[in-house]
Design a protein around this ligand. Structure first.
Ligand SMILES: Nc1ncnc2c1ncn2[C@@H]1O[C@H](COP(=O)(O)OP(=O)(O)OP(=O)(O)O)[C@@H](O)[C@H]1O
Ligand SMILES: [Mg+2]
Length: 250
C-alpha cells in the first residue's frame, strides 16, 4: 500500500522543486516503486523531473467526452475511462508520472474529481510511494481530489506572511477533515531570518528548511531537471536528511 506524500503551499514557495527532490531521493534509494502525480493544471513537475512530453488526464477525458460513441461495444464507460487513464501514466527511469491537467469541457470538475478518487484508490495498491505536487493555495484542498495523505508537507518561504499562509492552509486542511497522518512545515529559501513564533503559530510540526541554492536557480533558468543537480547540491543534501521523517512509516 502506497505511502502518500502531498505537497501544499502558496504560489511559488517551492512545492514543485521539493516534490521533484523527494522523487529523486526516493528513486535513488530504490526503496520501492514511486508514482509522481502532477496535480497542478499549470503543471511543471514533469519538466522539473526532465520528462519531455506527457499525456494528461484532462485532455484524455476531453477526448472521451467529445466522442462518447468511441467507447468500444461491451465496455462500460467507467471501464473504458479506467483503461484510458492508464495511458496517462508514463513510465520513466525509476518512477512513473501521472499528469492531471485540466479538462476543458464544461462541468467536468465534479465528474473528474469523483473519478480521481476512484483512481487514487487503485493506484494506492500499485505503488510504494505516491508524491503529489498540488497547485498553489487552497483550491485543491476544498475540491478534495486527494483526500488522504500519510504526510502533508506545507512549503513556505521564511517570511511572516508566508508562514501565516501556511497556517491557513493547515487550518483549512483540518476543517475539511483532510485525512493526514503527519503534517509538516518545510521552510524553503531559508535566509537565517526565521520568525520562530510564527512557526509555532502554524500548528505544523517543523520539519526544517531548505537553503536558497544557486544551483537550483541555474537549473531552472537552463530548463534542466532535478536529476541534473549535483549530488552535493545543498538542497539535495538537506532533503535527504529531512526526508527520513517525511517517509518513515510508523
Ligand atoms: N531552495 C531553492 N533555491 C533556489 N531556487 C529555488 C529554491 N526552491 C525553489 N526555487 C526556484 O523558485 C521557483 C519556484 O519554485 P517552484 O516552481 O518549485 O514553486 P511552486 O511552489 O511549485 O510554484 P507554483 O505555486 O507556481 O506551482 C523556481 O524557479 C525554482 O527553481
Ligand atoms: Mg508548482
Amino acid at each position: 500500500m502506497a505511502y502518500i506524500i502531498a505537497l501544499a503551499g502558496k504560489g511559488g514557495t517551492g512545492k514543485t522543486t521539493t516534490a521533484a527532490l523527494i522523487i529523486r531521493v526516493l528513486t535513488e534509494k530504490k526503496s520501492g516503486s514511486v508514482l509522481a502525480v502532477d496535480a497542478d493544471p499549470n503543471s511543471n513537475l514533469a519538466e522539473a523531473l526532465g520528462v519531455k512530453s506527457t499525456a494528461n488526464l484532462g485532455s484524455i477525458l476531453d477526448q472521451i467526452s467529445a466522442q462518447p460513441d468511441k467507447i468500444p461495444a461491451g465496455m462500460t464507460k467507467e471501464r473504458f475511462i479506467q483503461h484510458q487513464v492508464q495511458t496517462a501514466i508514463s513510465e520513466e527511469d525509476g518512477f512513473d508520472l501521472l499528469s492531471m491537467g485540466r479538462p476543458e469541457g464544461p462541468g467536468c470538475y465534479c465528474y473528474v474529481n469523483n473519478l480521481l478518487r476512484g483512481l487514487m484508490s487503485n493506484l494506492i495498491d500499485n505503488y510504494d510511494y505516491i508524491v503529489i505536487d498540488n497547485e498553489a493555495g487552497l483550491e485543491h484542498l476544498s475540491r478534495r481530489t486527494s483526500r488522504q495523505a500519510d504526510a502533508l508537507l506545507v512549503v513556505s518561504d521564511p517570511t511572516s506572511i508566508g508562514l501565516k499562509s501556511a497556517q491557513r492552509i493547515f487550518e483549512l486542511a483540518k476543517a475539511l477533515k483532510f485525512e493526514v497522518k503527519k503534517s509538516f512545515l518545510l521552510v524553503n529559501r531559508f535566509n537565517q531570518q526565521l520568525h520562530n513564533d510564527r512557526i509555532k503559530d502554524t500548528g505544523l510540526e517543523y520539519l526544517g528548511n531548505l537553503p536558497l541554492d544557486a544551483q537550483v536557480e541555474k537549473l531552472s533558468l537552463a530548463g534542466k531537471s532535478i536529476f541534473d543537480l549535483a549530488a552535493a547540491a545543498p538542497v539535495l543534501v538537506a532533503i535527504s536528511e529531512l526526508g527520513e521523517r517525511i517517509w518513515k512509516r510508523n
